[in-house]
Write a protein of this length. Structure first.
Length: 249
């Protein structure tokens, strides 16, 4: 029976209470056995319209449900606890993101597992590390604790591979994050960065080059319509502040 990890996030309403309700619903409707809840965290919001500081946590449990069925249940629980989707990446009562489903690697139209950005998001890695620090990322072959250590190194090495004409703008964005040490490179190599991450601007390269680089470890490809905002969001997710807090009594 696969062991599942789900990340919880939100910044509207009584979020800690919403997290507890979500854990109860997961235990009654989805899990086989107990649902274990991590410590509670606060984190810097990611996204231009994300709103106020977020709350974060994670849960781990076993389930007999297939991945897409589980995804449906997660979305049902989100909706039952007040989640709406009028504004993409806007303020929300509850996010339930499927991070790990056993050791499976899935790339389906509606679901990618492990979650494609979990490895660089401190607000995901910190609570997951509370629960399973030694859990191996099946794609990256690194433990959760090692992945978290990559995001906490200071200075944080970041490599950017893209058009030369965009470098001044990218440098300006990186300057908003004093802990980031930015380096521009003209090619992606399978160097498996010891710490930090690399960002590839898809608009600067051919389909063949991107196909060659897509599976390089610790690089992320920007396919968004707003590459500047994407880069800022990636830096905020990786280098933004995350801190534990006590669960309200």
């Amino acid at each position: 029976m696969p062991q599942v990890v789900v990340a919880l996030g939100g910044n509207l309403g009584d979020v800690p209470q919403t997290f507890r309700q979500a854990a109860t619903l997961l235990e009654s409707e989805v899990a086989q056995g107990d649902v274990t809840l991590s410590r509670l965290y606060r984190s810097t919001p990611v996204g231009a319209v994300a709103g106020d500081i977020f709350w974060n946590a994670a849960v781990v449990f076993e389930t007999e449900l297939e991945p897409l069925v589980l995804l449906g249940w997660l979305q049902t629980i989100e909706s039952s606890l007040g989640r709406t989707r009028e504004l993409h990446w806007g303020p929300r009562t509850l996010d339930l993101d499927l991070i790990f489903y056993g050791d499976e690697v899935l790339r389906l139209p509606r679901l990618t597992v492990p979650h494609p950005q979990a490895w660089l998001r401190r607000f995901v890695l910190a609570p997951v590390c509370d629960l399973q620090p030694d859990r191996q990322h099946p794609d990256l072959q690194e433990s959760v604790s090692a992945l978290l250590s990559r995001t906490t190194a200071r200075p944080l090495p970041v490599r950017y591979c893209g058009a030369t004409s965009r470098q001044p703008e990218i440098q300006s964005i990186a300057a908003e994050f004093p802990e980031v040490a930015l380096q521009f490179v003209d090619r992606v190599t399978d160097i498996s960065l010891q710490i930090g991450l690399g960002v590839i601007d898809s608009r600067a390269f051919s389909v063949e080059q991107l196909s060659e680089w897509r599976d390089r470890r610790f690089w992320i490809i920007n396919d968004s319509a707003d590459p500047s905002q994407f880069f800022r969001d990636i830096l905020r997710a990786c280098a933004g502040e995350v801190w534990p807090v006590d669960w309200p009594v």
